[in-house]
Design a protein around this ligand. Structure first.
Ligand code: ADP
Ligand code: ZN
Ligand code: ZN
Length: 804
C-alpha cells in the first residue's frame, strides 16, 4: 500500500476530510491505520491520523508523509469507526473526535523513547539494533531516527521486542524521593553483616531488606516496612555500604498501597435475579442494555463486580464508568480489592503523566478492567465483554465541549459492536432511561431492598419561611440545630449539604417562598442585574423586577445564594465545639486533598462534613446519622427544564448518606418551597411517583423524553451580529422543518455574555426530523467563512444537558 489517507490536525470545515499522502518506502508495511503521522500541509507541517491505506491516490501528485509519530497504532479500528460515528452524532470535526479518545499526554510535547521489553528480547534483536541496547535498556528515538538502522528498529518493534514510550516532558513537577541502593558487592556486604554485633540488629535488617529487593528503594519505604527510624540507614550510608539516590516515585497513585483481596459475597435473592440475565448475555455474547434501578445501598456495585468477574473469566475486558466526583478512594479501593492489578483507574485527579501511564496499561493489555470518568468509555480495549455506567443520571457523562458526546451513547454503541451487555445503574434513573425501560427498549432490573435491611432514613422537611416568621434568621432551622447538638453530644457524625451549583441570579420571596416563573415555560426567571429585569431564557419573556411579592405582598423578595464558607463561619459561631471538614472546589483543588479531608472525617477527627455536590455521592460512613440539606431550592430554580429531576436526584442521593449501617439515619431538608413535588417525593423516597408526575409535565411542555432537543448557540463580540445570525438561523429552520417542530428563538442564552462575547440561542423541540442533521450541517457550512474570518461561533448541541 503506497498511499495513506490522513485526517490532519486543523479543526476547520474545509480540512474536515482525509487527505492523501505517499508512504515512503521505509515505512511501507509499517504504517497502519490508527497511527499518528506528521505531514506537510500548505506551508506548515501538521500532525494527523492515518485512517486508511490504499494503492492509489485520488489526486495525481501527493506529498510524502514527513514523520511517523507512533510505531504502534494508538487508535484501534473500532475507535476509528467510532470517530466517524461521533462526527455524525455530534456534528464535530473528525480530528476532534479522534483527539478526545486519547490521553492528554499525547497532545502535549513529549520525547519518544525506545525500551527493550525484556532481557531475553535482547538476543532476538536484529544485529543492527543490538549495539544500541548493549549497555542500556532504553534510549531516545532521536538517536536512532537519523541512522540507517531506523527501518530495522520498526521490525523489532513490531515483533514486540522493543516498546515505544512517550515520555511526557514534566513541567518541573516530577516527584522524587530520597532513596538508597547497595554500594558494595554482595560478598562485601555479607562479610560486613556477619561482623555486625547484636546492637546493630537494625542495620542488619536494612541490609537484608536491600539484598532482597536488589534495587533502589525510598528511605521512607524501608523505614515504614521495617518499622524503624531512618538512623540505621544513615549509618550505613556513612559507612559506605549504601549510596544515596534520588528516585522518581512511580506515577501509579495506588502503586504502593496494599489492598486486601476481597471475595465475592453470596448474592441475595434480589441480586441473583438481577445478575442472571447479565451473566447469560456475557455467556452467549449478546447485547442488551440493562437499567439497574436500585436504591442506594441495595448492592448494585456488588452486582457489577461479579458481572465483571465473569467477563474476566471469559478473558474479556470491562469498562466501568463512574461520575468524576464519585470516583472516590472508597470506590477505587473496592475495585482494587477485587481485581488487584488488573484494574486501571482514569480520572481527572491524576496528572497528565499518570493518566498516560494508566492508558498505556490498557493499550498494552496489561489490565482488563478500567474504572474511570467519562472519557474512559474510549478505553482502547479490543475484546470488550461488558460496559457499566454507574449513576447513569449524572450530567457529567455529557461532554459540554466538542465533541458534545454522551458517554451512554458511546457505551451502547460499543456494546453493539462487541455484542456484549451494557448496564446503566442508578437509584434515580433519568426519565429518558426509565421511559426506555418501561417501553422494553432497555431491560429493567430492580433492587428494592437495602443490603443491611435498614429502612431508608426518615426525612423531615423544614419550611424556612416559618423559621423566618418565628424570628430565626440563621441558616439553620431550629429542628436541624437541635438535631446537630444531639449528635455532637452522642459522638455521632453529621453531613451538611449545600447546593452551590445554584447561583444568586434567581429571585425569591423570603416570606412565602414565591419564585417568579415564566408563564409559558414553567421555568424560573433569571434576574438581570444590568437591566434590572427578570427574563425567561427559553422563550424570551420579560418582566419587571418585583419590589414586593405578588403572592403575599412581603417586601422580603430578593436574590438567593450562600456559600460553604459562610456556612462554616456560622457553624463556628453557633456550635464552637464542633470540628468541621469543609469540602468544596476551594478546599479540594490540591491533589490528594479530597482523600485527606475524607480520611479526616472517616477517622472521626471531625464530626461535621460540610460540602457541595461532591459529598453527595458514593461516600459511606457508618457513624453518620444525620444529614442536613441547607437549601433544597437552589437547584430547583435554575432555568433548566430538568431542575425538578436534578433536585429529586440530588436529595435522594444526599439522603442515602445517612443510616447506611447499624445506626438509624435522619435527614432534615430545609426549603422555601416545601410543597414542591420533587422535594415531597424525595422525602418519601418515591421515585415511581416522581417519575409519573414529571413525565406529565414533560409531555405537556414538549420536553424529553417525549421530544428531542437541539440547541444552536451563536456568539460574537457584537450583539447586533449575534442577534441577526441567530434570527436568520431560526427563520431558516422554521422554513425547512416540519410544523410539528417547535423552534424557540432567537433568545439570549441564560449566560448572555461570556468573556465579552454575547450569546444567543435557538432551541428546537422535535419528534421526527430526518433532515435535521443535513440542515444543521448546511448552516455550519454556510457560516464557515464568517466563523473563521470574523470570529463568529456557532455551536450545535444535539441533546443538550446544559442550557446555559
Ligand atoms: P450500591 O452500589 O447499590 O449502593 P453496594 O454494592 O455498595 O450498593 O452495597 C452496599 C453494602 O452492602 C456494601 O458495603 C457491600 O459491600 C454490601 N453488600 C453488597 N452485596 C452484598 C451481599 N450479597 N452480601 C453481603 N453484603 C453485601
Ligand atoms: Zn411572598
Ligand atoms: Zn418562557
Amino acid at each position: 500500500m503506497s498511499v495513506a489517507s490522513v485526517i490532519v490536525d486543523v479543526a476547520a470545515k474545509q480540512t474536515d476530510r482525509a487527505f492523501d499522502y505517499a508512504v515512503p518506502d521505509k515505512w511501507k508495511g509499517i504504517i497502519v491505520p490508527g497511527m499518528r503521522v506528521v505531514v506537510p500541509f500548505g506551508p506548515r507541517k501538521v500532525q494527523g491520523f492515518v485512517v486508511a491505506l490504499k494503492e492509489e491516490a485520488e489526486v495525481k501528485r501527493v506529498k510524502p508523509i514527513a514523520d511517523l509519530l507512533d510505531l504502534t497504532p494508538v487508535l484501534t479500528p473500532e475507535l476509528l469507526e467510532i470517530g466517524h460515528w461521533l462526527t455524525e452524532k455530534t456534528l464535530c470535526f473528525m480530528i476532534s473526535a479522534f483527539q478526545v479518545m486519547l490521553p492528554a499526554a499525547m497532545k502535549a510535547k513529549y520525547d519518544k523513547e525506545l525500551s527493550l521489553l525484556s532481557k531475553e528480547a535482547y538476543e532476538q534483536l536484529h544485529e543492527q539494533v543490538k549495539p544500541f541496547f548493549q549497555s542500556r535498556s532504553s534510549l531516545k528515538w532521536s538517536e536512532v531516527e537519523k541512522t540507517a538502522a531506523a527501518s530495522v528498529f520498526y521490525r523489532d518493534i513490531q515483533k514486540g521486542l522493543i516498546e515505544v514510550v512517550y515520555v511526557v516532558k514534566n513541567k518541573g513537577n516530577k516527584k522524587t524521593a530520597k532513596g538508597v541502593k547497595l554500594n558494595q558487592s554482595l560478598e562485601e556486604i555479607q562479610q560486613f553483616m556477619s561482623e555486625l554485633n547484636k546492637q546493630a540488629e537494625k542495620q542488619k535488617q536494612v541490609l537484608s531488606f536491600m539484598l532482597e529487593r536488589s534495587e533502589e528503594v525510598a528511605i521512607k519505604e524501608i523505614a515504614e516496612d521495617l518499622q524503624i527510624t531512618s538512623a540505621p540507614i544513615k549509618t550505613l550510608i556513612n559507612k559506605g555500604l549504601l549510596a544515596e539516590t534520588e528516585i522518581e516515585i512511580y506515577r501509579d497513585p495506588y502503586q504502593d498501597r496494599y489492598f486486601t483481596p476481597s471475595k465475592p459475597f453470596q448474592l441475595t435473592d434480589e441480586q441473583a435475579e438481577a445478575i442472571t440475565p447479565i451473566l447469560r448475555d456475557i455467556e452467549e455474547n449478546l447485547h442488551d442494555v440493562f437499567l439497574m434501578y436500585g436504591v442506594t445501598g441495595s448492592g448494585k456495585t456488588e452486582v457489577y463486580l461479579q458481572s465483571i468477574d465473569q467477563v474476566l473469566k471469559k478473558r474479556k475486558e470491562a469498562i466501568m464508568l463512574v461520575p468524576e466526583i464519585s470516583l472516590t478512594p472508597q470506590m477505587v479501593k473496592r475495585f482494587k480489592e477485587r481485581f488487584g492489578s488488573k484494574v486501571a483507574v482514569l480520572h481527572s485527579g491524576l496528572s497528565t503523566g499518570e493518566k498516560y501511564d494508566e492508558w498505556r496499561k490498557i493499550q498494552r493489555k496489561e489490565v482488563s478492567v478500567v474504572v474511570g470518568a467519562r472519557s474512559a468509555v474510549f478505553a482502547p480495549f479490543e475484546n470488550l465483554g461488558l460496559l457499566i455506567i454507574d449513576e447513569e443520571h449524572e450530567t457529567s457523562y455529557k461532554q459540554e465541549e466538542n465533541p458534545r458526546y454522551h458517554a451512554r451513547d458511546v457505551a451502547i454503541y460499543r456494546g453493539q459492536h462487541h455484542q456484549c451487555p451494557v448496564i446503566l445503574g442508578s437509584a434515580t434513573p433519568t426519565l429518558e432511561s426509565f421511559a426506555r425501560a418501561q417501553k422494553g427498549v432497555y431491560k429493567l432490573l430492580t433492587l428494592k431492598q437495602r443490603m443491611n435491611k435498614s429502612s431508608m432514613p426518615s426525612v423531615d422537611i423544614v419550611d424556612m419561611r416559618e423559621e423566618l416568621r418565628s424570628g430565626n434568621r440563621s441558616m439553620f432551622s431550629t429542628l436541624l440545630f437541635e438535631k446537630m447538638k444531639d449528635r455532637l453530644e452522642k459522638g455521632e457524625q453529621i453531613v451538611l449539604f449545600l447546593n452551590k451549583r445554584g447561583h444568586s441570579s434567581f429571585v425569591m420571596c423570603r416570606d412565602c417562598g414565591y419564585v417568579p416563573t415564566c408563564e409559558h415555560c414553567e421555568i424560573s426567571l433569571t434576574y438581570h442585574r444590568y437591566q434590572n429585569k427578570l427574563k425567561c431564557h427559553y422563550c424570551g419573556h420579560e418582566e419587571q423586577v418585583h419590589t414586593e411579592c405578588p403572592e403575599c405582598h412581603s417586601e422580603h423578595i430578593r436574590f438567593f445564594g450562600s456559600g460553604t464558607q459562610k456556612v462554616e463561619e456560622e457553624l463556628t459561631k453557633v456550635l464552637p465545639e464542633a470540628r468541621v471538614v469543609r469540602m468544596d472546589v476551594d478546599t479540594t483543588s490540591r491533589k490528594g486533598a479530597h482523600e485527606k479531608l475524607l480520611n479526616k472525617f472517616a477517622s472521626e477527627e471531625a464530626q461535621i462534613l460540610l460540602g457541595t455536590q461532591m459529598i453527595a455521592k458514593g461516600l459511606d460512613f457508618p457513624n453518620v446519622t444525620l444529614v442536613g440539606v441547607l437549601t433544597a431550592d437552589t437547584m430547583l430554580n435554575l432555568p433548566d427544564f430538568r431542575a425538578s429531576e436534578k433536585t429529586f436526584q440530588l436529595l435522594t442521593q444526599v439522603s442515602g448518606r445517612a443510616g447506611r449501617h447499624k445506626l438509624p439515619g435522619e435527614v432534615v431538608i430545609q426549603t422555601y418551597t416545601p410543597e414542591h413535588y420533587s422535594i415531597q417525593l424525595a422525602s418519601q423516597h418515591d421515585y415511581d411517583a416522581f417519575y409519573k408526575q414529571e413525565m406529565e409535565i414533560r409531555k405537556m411542555h414538549k420536553y424529553p423524553p417525549f421530544f428531542y432537543l437541539a440547541l444552536v448557540t451563536v456568539s460574537h463580540e457584537n450583539i447586533a451580529k449575534v442577534v441577526s445570525v441567530t434570527d436568520k438561523i431560526s427563520q431558516y429552520l422554521r422554513q425547512k422543518l416540519s410544523p410539528q417542530t417547535t423552534i424557540l428563538g432567537p433568545v439570549a442564552s441564560p449566560i448572555a455574555k461570556i468573556k465579552d462575547r454575547y450569546r444567543y440561542q435557538c432551541m428546537l423541540k422535535y419528534k421526527l426530523e430526518p433532515s435535521l442533521i443535513p440542515l444543521l450541517k448546511y448552516i455550519l457550512e454556510r457560516y464557515q467563512a464568517e466563523m473563521q474570518k470574523e470570529n463568529l461561533t456557532i455551536t450545535i448541541d444535539l441533546n443538550p444537558y446544559s442550557m446555559m
